[in-house]
Write a protein that binds this ligand. Structure first.
Ligand SMILES: [Zn+2]
Length: 264
């Protein structure tokens, strides 16, 4: 997996303000089950927790599988358009317009402070029927080599920023920056109802190779799997906007339908 943009300056600036927060509260519940060694802990497949109603305000999110998902809920000819690193006041509205023009729903993997800075854009994404994905606080592509407390803070602080910005809509996925997942970070996300989300096709749009190259990459690699990676922040994304404008109708012509990554 490509770990792009390790040196992007704006990421570092948001880090200092958010370090070291909110570790204690969420740790306690994880260990509760182990505090009763005499209790029966056999799994009961028929006894599902009652709090599975998705999106209920204030409800604790139900845990989801911790494995990294790539599959589409639209089946074999489904594709999942995923848009990372925003929201951005210049590019996100343009991406939303292209998606709207093509009747496509996508998944937006948002960086916490970006969401916090642009709640209007987060709400616009939700209003158009797209889904939210937690893309950490600082977009630290080396976070898989750092302390568990740091990984937890990166995931859960961003989750809170996105929920507040959206007006209460939870992210249902977690995508580690640069794919820097760990078994621990997947467990943290999954226990908060956020399915770890991978990708199959990196459009390479982040590197700005030209619109034609982005389109060609998607056309050549879509057979590799359904989840396709684009970006709506981190620099000039005009090539991304134009590539989406060209490749979404092409995908439709090829018989693909647009869906969301499987959550459960
Ligand atoms: Zn990213």
């Amino acid at each position: 997996m490509v770990r792009h943009g390790g040196g992007r300056g704006w990421r570092g600036r948001v880090l200092a303000a958010t370090l070291g927060v909110a570790v204690l509260a969420t740790t306690a519940s994880v260990w509760t089950a182990q505090a009763h060694p005499g209790r029966q802990v056999h799994a009961e497949p028929t006894a599902r927790p009652s709090s599975t109603a998705a999106g209920a305000p204030g409800a604790a999110p139900a845990a989801v599988p911790r494995s990294i998902v790539h599959a589409s809920d639209r089946g074999a000819r489904g594709v999942n358009i995923t848009i990372d690193d925003g929201p951005d006041p210049v590019w996100t509205p343009q991406v939303l317009q292209v998606l709207r023009d093509n009747g496509v729903k996508a998944t937006f993997c948002m960086v916490g402070p970006q969401a916090q800075a642009h709640p209007d854009l987060v709400k616009a994404v939700v209003a158009d029927g797209h889904r939210l994905c937690d893309h950490s606080v600082a977009h630290d592509t080396g976070m898989d080599h750092k302390a568990e407390s740091y990984q937890r803070q990166q995931i859960l602080d961003a989750e809170q920023m996105i929920i507040e910005a959206s007006g209460g809509v939870r992210p249902v996925y977690y995508r580690a920056p640069g794919g820097a997942f760990t078994p621990y970070s997947r467990e943290v996300a999954a226990s908060h109802g956020m399915r770890p989300l991978g990708w199959n096709v990196d459009s390479k749009d982040f590197e700005r190779p030209g619109t034609a190259a982005i389109v060609a990459t998607v056309k050549q690699e879509v057979a590799n799997g359904p989840t396709i990676l684009f970006h709506d922040a981190g620099g000039d994304r005009s090539q991304t906007v134009e590539a989406l404008r060209q490749v979404l109708p092409w995908l439709k012509q090829q018989g693909y339908t647009f869906g969301f990554p499987v959550v459960r």
